[in-house]
Design a protein around this ligand. Structure first.
Ligand code: 1HN
Length: 345
C-alpha cells in the first residue's frame, strides 16, 4: 500500500473510530515488557524537609491526608510509582487527626519514623512503631491520630502503598466519609495480633476472605525471624534472607492486590541479579547499601524509597546489615498465571 493511500485510508476509517491493527501490532504485544516506568530512588534526607514544610503549610485535617506522592519520573501526573501502584510519604504531627474515611483501594503502611501515632482500622487502634507493617484493607474505615506534644507526641512519618492506578484502570473506585472525625474504638489494643498473630486462630474462625484478619505485623518480630533464619542457613544468593508477609488463615498475601516482603542483607552481601514481571517498590528500613537497577546504580540509606520496574534486572549489595521492605502487585500476576521470574547466575 502506498503511503498516501494508507494515510487517506486511515483518515477515512478514523472518522468511524477505527484504526488499522497492523500499524501497532508490535507495540500491543511486545516481546518483553516495555520500559514504561523508570528506575528511581527518593532519598529520605532530601524528601523529609519538604514533608516537614508541608506540615507547616497545611494541617492533616485540612489535607485529609498530608502526603507527598512519589511519582515515577517516566509517568508524571498519574500519581503512580509503577503502572499499577501508588506510593507516598505521610506526615502526622502531634495532636493531629486524619479523619475517618474508607475506599475500595487497599492501603499498606510501613512506619518510617516516630513512635507516638496510631492508625485505627475498623474499630481497632494500632500503635505504629518504626518498621511496623500495617494493612488497611479495601473498604475498611480508617483514621490516623497522634499523641499531644505534652504527652510525648512527635512527628510520625510512614510510607503508604495503595493500588490506586490499578483500581482506576478497573473502574472500581468508591469512597465515603464517616460521619465523625474519629471512629469509635470497639476493640482492645493488640486485638488483631492476639487473635491472628500468635500462631493461633480463634477456634471457629472460618476463612471466607482473601484479606488477612491480622492487621499489624510488628517489626520487632519480623526482625527477629530474619535474624534467626540467617543464623539457620537461610541466606539466598539473590535475595539474602527474604520473607513474605502472609494472611495467617490462608498463607496468601495480606491483601489480594499487593504482596509485601521483608529481607535481610548481611553486611558485605553482594546479591546476584534477578528480575520479575512484578514492578516492585522498596523501602529501606535499616542499613546502607547499593542497588543496581537495569544497569543504573543507586546508593541507599535508611528510609529511602526505590522502585524496580517490571522485568528490570536488579541486584542488591549491603555495606552494613540491611533490612528492606518491599511491595508489588505480585498476587495479580500469580492469579492470572503471568508471574515470570529469572535468577541469573
Ligand atoms: C488514603 O486514604 C491514605 O488513609 C493515604 O492514610 C493515602 C492516597 C490516595 C487516596 C487515599 C490514608 C491515600 C489515601
Amino acid at each position: 500500500m502506498a503511503m498516501s493511500q494508507a494515510s487517506e485510508f486511515n483518515a477515512r476509517i478514523g472518522a468511524d473510530h477505527l484504526v488499522p491493527l497492523w500499524e501497532q501490532l508490535h507495540s500491543l504485544v511486545p516481546e518483553v515488557p516495555p520500559r514504561v516506568c523508570a528506575p528511581a530512588l527518593w532519598r529520605y534526607e532530601a524528601l523529609r524537609p519538604h514533608l516537614m514544610e508541608a506540615g507547616r503549610l497545611i494541617t492533616a485535617e485540612q489535607a485529609v491526608r498530608r502526603v507527598l506522592v512519589m511519582e515515577n519520573p517516566a509517568i508524571p501526573g498519574r500519581a503512580s510509582i509503577t503502572q499499577t501502584l501508588y506510593a507516598g510519604l505521610q506526615l502526622i504531627l502531634p495532636g493531629e487527626v486524619a479523619p475517618t474515611h474508607r475506599h475500595t483501594q487497599s492501603a499498606l503502611r510501613l512506619v518510617l519514623e516516630g513512635q507516638s501515632a496510631f492508625t485505627a482500622v475498623d474499630g481497632e487502634r494500632i500503635p505504629m512503631q518504626p518498621g511496623d507493617f500495617i494493612i488497611t484493607p479495601s473498604w475498611t474505615w480508617h483514621d490516623h491520630g497522634n499523641a499531644l506534644q505534652a504527652e510525648g507526641g512527635e512527628p510520625v512519618v510512614w510510607l503508604d502503598g495503595l493500588d490506586i492506578p490499578l483500581l482506576g484502570f478497573l473502574g472500581a473506585q468508591f469512597s465515603g466519609n464517616y460521619h465523625a472525625k474519629e471512629q469509635p474504638v470497639t476493640k482492645v489494643v493488640g486485638s488483631s495480633l492476639a487473635r491472628y498473630g500468635a500462631g493461633l486462630l480463634p477456634v471457629r474462625h472460618r476463612v471466607n476472605s482473601p484479606v488477612s484478619p491480622l492487621a499489624h505485623y510488628p517489626y520487632a518480630r519480623t526482625r527477629e525471624a530474619l535474624d534467626t533464619m540467617l543464623r539457620d542457613g537461610g541466606l539466598d544468593d539473590w535475595d539474602g534472607v527474604k520473607m513474605r508477609y502472609v494472611n495467617p488463615a490462608t498463607g496468601g498475601p495480606a491483601m489480594p492486590s499487593m504482596a509485601t516482603f521483608m529481607q535481610l542483607l548481611p553486611k558485605g552481601f553482594r546479591g546476584k541479579t534477578y528480575r520479575s514481571t512484578d514492578a516492585t517498590v522498596y523501602s529501606v528500613v535499616e542499613g546502607r547499601g547499593q542497588v543496581s537497577i537495569d544497569g543504573q546504580r543507586f546508593d541507599f540509606s535508611p528510609r529511602d524509597t526505590f522502585v524496580v520496574p517490571s522485568w528490570a534486572p536488579v541486584s542488591l549489595c549491603a555495606g552494613e546489615d540491611c533490612t528492606l521492605f518491599s511491595f508489588s502487585d505480585r498476587p495479580l500476576h500469580e492469579a492470572l498465571g503471568l508471574l515470570r521470574e529469572q535468577r541469573q547466575d
